[in-house]
Design a protein around this ligand. Structure first.
Ligand SMILES: Nc1nc2c(ncn2[C@@H]2O[C@H](COP(=O)(O)OP(=O)(O)O)[C@@H](O)[C@H]2O)c(=O)[nH]1
Ligand SMILES: [Mg+2]
Length: 706
């Protein structure tokens, strides 16, 4: 398909707004499928993997296509749950228009907000569809009002319903100045003149559209002022520009379930929606851009990979430039692997059609690439283009994962590695400190899916456990200590004596009182925080050649702190005296002596256990604000701020990581999905006294093996 004739759309919207049903209806309208499936009957084209049928919800994005009046519309259906945002973001990267479904009975929802933020960042052209207008509780006016309030006055109605609710079948189209009346079971509408009583309202809407179209082009603006109107072509041209510039967000009407309105929306996407060549050149990592043209040299971008049982590895791609022929070889710019595209397909869910060639702008899928993952760019030999990668959101959920038996540890690690390659929002951390494999991701539901994939695709069981918390230890006052290590065993002995002072470290603190600093070393600790190591030996009581061993002994103790075995941070240690033996002193002896001196000093210096604190930002609807706050109260949260954002409340709080376990599912359940949150690491602060005592007790029990 020629670039100009391709429309890549991504269906967006809060969970349950009707995206999957809408996709099914579009395919049916275009004749791509003979029979319409439904969510209830578990037979839609898009939700084909078993897990999606089970959950009656889209979990992965799926690629579909249809032909409409000589053009091809590629449709990516996405999951609406915020745990699965990674899937959506990668689709936005390759789509040229976002179609945002609004549920007419609930208006702008949290999912709409989250997605809006991303489309706004990526400047994805956007069309709104107010869906479910057949529902008895639907409210078009209110939904439109909320959208305009939240997303601005560029949100412009192109249509409005005449008889929403039960029996809905009539849409006034202000762009074409016509009325569509649908048969009871939907499909092709009858075109009628707009009734007298509606003419004025429709005309006002129409004028607003024409003006918005004219605003995007000086020539059109002049013409509009002179003639007072635009031709249909001029109008289309102006609106395409308006879409691309984020100056116009058209609003359409639909009942996906009753098959009303989709045909007109496809027509609009066809006539006015941007082609891949219209939406601006792709950014490359070297700062250059790449034009979407079939005349260019071949470059592909992989936006998603997925293992499908029985098929193997599927790689979904967009042809960013040039043309891709079946059988062609391309080089992966990330790892120089030469990949052969033996088969290239266009897809309708699980049904794939073989193609001989795909041109710039098209979306396709291939199988059995050897070493190619999400976010990779592939080029013809000799080119080294890299498309700016998709930026995935930071994790909001963590859990420890264990294999059911030691035999399966390796299999588990392998499966994790593959799942991470397919889903970059899943991050694996082998924590030496916590002695756990920690997974970081978007939420409990996200991890349910990981477990499901592990089981069904990789045949290994994952057991999730509550992860340990990376506590830290530090001191709050200074202390001096000396330690002599002396051992006489047979022939040569061991001897070392170290005198040191420890203090809480802060940047720019003055030199220690009464000590003569010879050398300062500032160590950035791998687990965060600092060790400032001062060498203050005068008169050669310890040879400078032992200073490394002494520091090593201290670092060893800092890695497994004296209170709870956690990492220590932000401490200054000054070595100011000691003793050596001409024969028996060696590195080992000094390591032992300094470690012991450090430990004893640490315990005298009013030590504290620190815990990680996260900044949590929550956006919720007014009605659930009370529930969100009272739940936060049970989490030792400290509220930093509260603000109104449209009809949302914004709460910023400091919450200990230990109190955040499975927060995403808890928040979803107490608010029925009417809240979203993000979190980021903020700081380490002292744990409350009782928590500290408990942690110390637990550590002592572990040490004596209780
Ligand atoms: N009444 C009504 N229900 C709809 C409409 N579109 C979708 N639904 C129903 O809403 C539910 C969610 O639809 P689905 O397509 O899975 O939404 P998605 O999560 O956005 O993909 C299903 O039960 C659909 O049957 C519509 O236009 N009218
Ligand atoms: Mg869906």
């Amino acid at each position: 398909m020629e670039t100009k004739k391709i429309r890549n759309i991504v269906l967006l919207g809060h969970s349950g707004s009707g995206k999957t049903t809408f996709a099914e209806t579009m395919l049916f309208e275009a004749g791509a499928i003979k029979r319409r499936g439904s969510i209830e009957e578990e037979n839609t084209t898009s939700d084909y993997p078993n897990i999606e049928k089970e959950k009656k919800n889209s979990i992965f994005t799926s690629l579909m296509h249809l032909n409409w009046r000589g053009n091809r519309i590629n449709i990516i259906d996405t999951p609406g749950l915020d745990d699965l945002i990674g899937e959506v973001i990668s689709s936005m990267k390759v789509a040229d228009t976002g179609v945002m479904l609004l549920n007419a009975k609930s208006g702008v929802e949290v999912g709409t907000e989250i997605l809006w933020d991303y489309t706004n960042e990526y400047k994805t052209p956007m069309v709104f569809v107010v869906n479910q207008l057949d529902h008895e509780k639907s409210n078009f006016e209110e939904t439109l009002r909320q959208a305009q309030e939240r997303f601005g006055s560029n949100v412009l109605p192109f249509q409005y319903p005449l008889d929403e609710g039960n029996g809905f079948n009539c849409i006034v189209d202000a762009l074409r100045m016509i009325m569509y009346v649908f048969p009871a079971d939907g499909g092709k509408p009858e075109k009628q003149a707009i009734p007298e009583s509606e003419i004025q309202k429709a005309q006002e809407m129409h004028n607003a559209l024409v003006e918005a179209a004219a605003e995007n082009d000086e020539k059109l603006m002049e013409k509009f002022f002179e003639a007072g109107s635009l031709t249909e072509d001029e109008l289309a041209q102006g609106l395409t520009k308006g879409l691309v510039n984020h100056d116009v967000f058209p609003v359409f009407c639909a009942s996906a379930k009753n098959n009303m309105g989709t045909g007109r929306i496809m027509g609009f996407l066809n006539d006015i929606g941007p082609s891949p060549a219209d939406t601006g050149d792709a950014l490359l990592t070297d700062g250059n851009t790449l034009k979407c043209s079939k005349e260019g040299e071949t470059t592909l971008f992989i936006y998603k990979t997925m293992s499908e049982p029985g098929v193997g590895n599927l790689s979904y791609f967009k042809v960013m430039s040039g043309r891709l022929k079946a059988g062609q070889e391309l080089v992966n710019a990330e790892n120089t692997t030469v990949e052969r595209f033996s088969h290239i397909y266009i897809a309708n869910g699980k049904v794939r059609e073989d193609q001989t060639e795909l041109l710039a702008g098209d979306l396709g899928v291939t199988v059995k690439l050897k070493n190619t993952h999400t976010n990779n760019t592939l080029n013809i030999k000799g080119l080294n283009r890299k498309i700016e990668p998709i930026k995935f959101p930071s994790p909001r959920h963590r859990a420890a994962v264990v294999a059911p038996s030691t035999n399966e540890v390796e299999k588990m690690a392998k499966a994790l590695h593959i799942i991470h390659e397919e889903d970059p929002t899943l991050i694996i951390e082998y924590s030496k400190e916590l002695k756990q494999t920690i997974l970081h991701g978007q939420g409990k539901l996200h991890f349910d899916i990981v477990r499901h994939l592990a089981n069904k695709v990789h045949h290994v069981e994952f057991i999730f456990e509550r992860p340990k918390i990376p506590y830290r230890e530090t001191i709050t006052k200074s202390a001096d200590e000396q330690y002599r290590h002396k051992k006489q065993s047979g022939g040569s002995g061991q001897f070392a004596e170290v005198h040191l002072r420890i203090e809480p470290y802060t940047e720019g603190m003055p030199d220690p009182v009464g000590l003569n600093v010879r050398k300062t070393e500032l160590e950035e600790l791998p687990w965060g925080g600092k060790l400032s190591f001062l060498w203050c030996i005068v008169g050669g009581s310890i040879d400078a050649r032992f200073s490394n061993a002494i520091k090593k002994g201290i670092l060893q103790k800092m890695e497994a702190g004296p209170l709870t075995g956690s990492n220590c941070r932000d401490i200054r240690v000054s070595i100011y005296d000691g003793k050596m033996h001409p024969v028996d002193s060696n590195d080992m002896a000094f390591m032992i002596a300094s470690a012991q001196a450090f430990k004893n000093a640490f315990l005298k210096a009013n030590p504290q256990v620190l815990e990680p604190i996260y900044e949590v930002n929550i956006l919720c609807e007014n009605e659930v604000m009370g529930d969100v706050m009272s739940d936060l109260n049970t989490r030792r949260a400290m509220i930093l701020g509260m603000d109104t954002e449209g009809h949302y409340q914004k709460i910023t709080a400091k919450v200990p990581l230990n109190e955040m376990y499975e927060y995403s599912s808890k928040l979803r359940s107490i608010t029925q999905g009417k809240a979203k949150f993000e979190r980021k690491f903020l700081e380490y602060t002292q744990t409350p006294h009782d928590v500290q005592q408990r942690l110390i007790r637990e550590n002592n029990q572990e040490e004596v093996g209780v």
